[in-house]
Design a protein around this ligand. Structure first.
Ligand code: AQP
Length: 334
């Protein structure tokens, strides 16, 4: 039977402990796509080293991220789940695409500008060519759709520009990827500074809730979250801290903003924070339980790692062969 499902590619960097933001903004939505689409969910460890990482930590975080992909409900039988560094075609295609990408285009990327400011001591060329590797990630699998947050939109645009340029020279080699606009996931902000987003690489751990944080730690972090002094529990641009906690509450309970506001109309900030904390703990409990089970099942994890890389590699190699032929590399002799 002809496979008419569209292909979706997405990835996450193992650059820290997975946060509630990563979960509510991305992972949780991915699980809803697995029946309708052919999905590839990559752990983009090669992207992660554009910022200096501790090797032992990176390895641990990559493994934890993989377990969390599965624990939130991504089925390795339905989706291709794998480590980017296990599929060498990503690096190989990235090199070719580098030769079809202009310095000027890359210099305009806001993420490069931001990260070079944040990591002024390490402005490496990987940071500069990050979008080319991302283009390779997507184009290798002929992805039709890419779920992207606002901050990655520019990278998808450059992916399309590169694909269009390549196809313009060599014919239809790459599928033109479109942004996947699904139900918008919640954007979760840092608990101590609710004007910027919660990020897994944040050094201040009071800003983030990790999916694997113990219940008492979660309760404490939420109790200490920055709010304001007017004691009104409602959404509002003038109330970033309370709005963030309300968003978290709505996302984990499925309640609407109006329902949440009504529920807490006559509540103190203290009691509100306890309710938010308890809702988060309850939501994360089954995920944490599943991770503990997976930790004990090394054989299963190994089989997922092996088969994910094999499945991804098979698809990627097809595209890469085509690209090599198009650009004029000599054929391999069997
Ligand atoms: N605070 C957030 N709220 C909602 N969604 C979020 N995402 C990240 N933070 C929030 C979504 O999670 C995915 C992670 O993508 P990534 O690992 O490639 O890197 P990122 O977007 O840069 O995420 P972090 O947590 O901020 O990592 P670091 O600290 O390493 O930069 C994306 O789909 C993103 O939209």
């Amino acid at each position: 039977m002809l496979d008419t499902k569209k292909t979706i590619f997405s990835g996450m960097q193992p650059s820290g402990m997975v946060t509630l933001g990563n979960y509510l903004g991305a992972l949780n939505n991915w699980t809803k796509l697995q029946d309708e689409y052919n999905c590839l969910y990559c752990i983009v460890d090669m992207h992660a080293i554009t910022v200096r990482q501790d090797p032992a930590k990176l390895r641990k975080q990559a493994k934890e991220l993989l377990m969390q992909y599965i624990a939130v409900g991504l089925d390795p039988e339905k989706n291709i789940i794998y480590y980017q560094s296990h599929v060498p075609q990503h690096a190989e295609l990235s090199w070719v695409l580098n030769c079809y990408t202009y310095m000027g285009e890359l210099s305009r990327m806001t993420q490069f500008k931001e990260k070079s400011q944040r990591h002024a001591e390490n402005i490496n060329s990987g940071l500069f060519t990050y979008p080319v590797l991302m283009a390779a990630d997507i184009l290798l699998y002929q992805a039709d759709l890419v779920p992207v947050g606002e901050d990655q939109r520019q990278h998808l645009e450059i992916t399309r520009d590169i694909a269009e340029r390549f196809n313009g020279i060599y014919g239809d080699v790459f599928t033109m990827p479109e942004p996947y606009i699904g139900k918008v996931g919640a954007r979760i902000m840092a608990l101590q500074d609710p004007t910027r987003k919660m990020s897994k690489s944040d050094e201040n751990k009071n800003n983030t809730i990790a999916l694997l944080d113990e219940p008492a730690v979660i309760m404490n972090k939420i109790k200490r979250a920055v709010t304001d002094s007017d004691n009104e529990i409602r959404f509002g641009e003038d109330k970033p801290g309370i709005s963030n906690l309300l968003s978290i509450y709505c996302a984990v309970t499925g309640k609407t903003p109006a329902q949440a506001e009504a529920e807490f109309a006559n509540t103190s900030y203290g009691a509100f924070k306890v309710a938010v904390g308890e809702a988060v703990v309850a939501n994360l409990e089954p995920i944490q339980k599943k991770v503990k089970e997976l930790e004990k099942n090394q054989d299963y994890m190994d089989s997922v790692i092996r088969s994910g890389a094999e499945k991804a590699s098979r698809i990627a190699e097809k595209t890469l062969r085509k690209v090599h032929k198009k650009v004029g590399f000599p054929p391999r002799i069997k």
